[in-house]
Ligand binder design. Structure first.
Ligand SMILES: [Zn+2]
Length: 56
């Protein structure tokens, strides 16, 4: 099994709220991807991010 690069310290400091809104999840994943490589942004969330970027 391949070992993923998990930034344990970052995860301890940045816990996903239990009832996270879509905005909170997007924010979490955008920060997460900068510091940790343990998982990718889910496809559905990527779509939401793209939708939001179109508003700017
Ligand atoms: Zn991670």
């Amino acid at each position: 099994m391949a070992k993923s690069k998990l930034n344990y310290e970052w995860h301890l400091k940045n816990k996903m709220p239990a009832k996270a809104t879509i905005d909170q999840r997007i924010k979490w994943h955008l920060e997460h991807i900068k510091y940790c490589e343990c998982r990718e942004i889910p496809e559905k969330l990527v779509e939401e991010i793209k939708k939001k970027k179109n508003f700017h």
